[in-house]
Design a protein around this ligand. Structure first.
Ligand code: NAP
Length: 261
């Protein structure tokens, strides 16, 4: 089997996906990473990269066959439920091994008295309704769900600018992280934040806001993760995903061996 028949597809858009791709390239394992193409100037992984949707499950099935993909790592964000469901269906239909790489969530904070756990952004808004100066960090895509909060100051943190005209009482901070505790504390204190809204994204890059909120006794509303498709293997570290791939032992891959020329 030629190396071109043994490529790994990494469904990306996360730091873990970039890290995995870098490790695979270093190990001589052919890899192509896929990005949705939503953010401007995305951080690009090493190895092959493709951008944009596949065209649903059928498009992904076609891609797996056309590109001779031998294994898929779904390393997309914990809230990217659409592509995660599509990957599970396409890999089952194609007989291609799939693993879901999903970083651990922030469940350690579950018992904190000031945390409210909800199932959707709409529920998060309802739970934080009494807040007069909310800090919304649930992402750009569902910001319109907060449109009713045109009556108050809202601090919004996003990577790319929202695509609609925000109420004039809102403030937008654009940044990508990582964030440290001191800066998060200063931001929340400086803006007089009285409730923090977040998804259970997990990971250390954006966790400092939770600690800052606890210290400042600011209530936190956390949106729970969507469920995972049935029957999909799940790992929570880049190293475990890498090991899973190496254990497949496809012909043409050269883990820890000579690099491709
Ligand atoms: P989504 O709702 O799960 O997916 C919607 C559609 O976008 C998919 O059906 C697929 O289109 C396309 N798509 C998504 N991820 C893709 C990828 N890695 N490669 C190729 N196509 C992809 O996705 P989302 O929540 O909008 O997230 C989009 C991307 O942003 C993901 O790659 C994710 O890792 C990253 N991200 C998401 C969040 C979040 O909070 N949701 C946060 C940070 C980063 P087709 O059906 O046409 O294939």
């Amino acid at each position: 089997m030629s190396p071109s028949r043994s490529r790994v597809l990494v469904l990306g858009g996360t730091g873990e996906a970039r890290s995995l791709a870098g490790g695979l390239v270093a190990d001589g394992i052919p890899v192509v990473s896929s990005l949705a193409g939503r953010v401007s100037a995305p951080a690009l992984p090493e190895g092959g990269v493709r951008l944009g949707g596949f065209g649903g499950v059928e498009g992904l099935v076609d891609f797996l066959a056309a590109e001779h993909i031998s294994a898929v790592v779904d390393a997309t964000h914990p809230f990217a439920a659409g592509i995660t469901a599509n990957a599970a269906r396409a890999c089952t239909a194609s007989g291609v091994p799939l693993v879901r790489l999903q970083r651990a969530g922030w469940e350690a904070h579950r018992s904190a008295a000031s945390f409210v756990w909800v199932d959707s952004v709409d529920e998060a808004r309802a739970a934080a309704e009494e807040g007069r100066r909310p800090f919304v960090t649930t992402g750009r895509q569902q910001l319109e769900r907060f449109a009713a909060w045109a009556d108050r100051y809202v601090l919004v943190r996003v990577v790319d600018p929202p695509e609609w005209a925000l109420p004039t009482s809102w403030e937008v901070v654009r940044s990508r992280g990582p964030y440290d505790l001191e800066a998060e504390r200063a931001l929340m204190l400086g803006r007089g934040i009285d409730v923090l809204l977040t998804k259970n994204s997990g990971g250390e890059m954006t966790e400092a806001k939770l600690q800052a909120a606890v210290e400042l006794q600011i209530p936190v509303v956390v949106v729970r993760r969507p469920g995972l498709p049935d029957g999909v293997a799940v790992v929570d570290t880049v190293a475990a995903a890498h090991e899973w791939l190496v254990s497949l032992r496809f012909d043409g891959w050269m883990p820890s061996g000579p690099r491709p020329g």
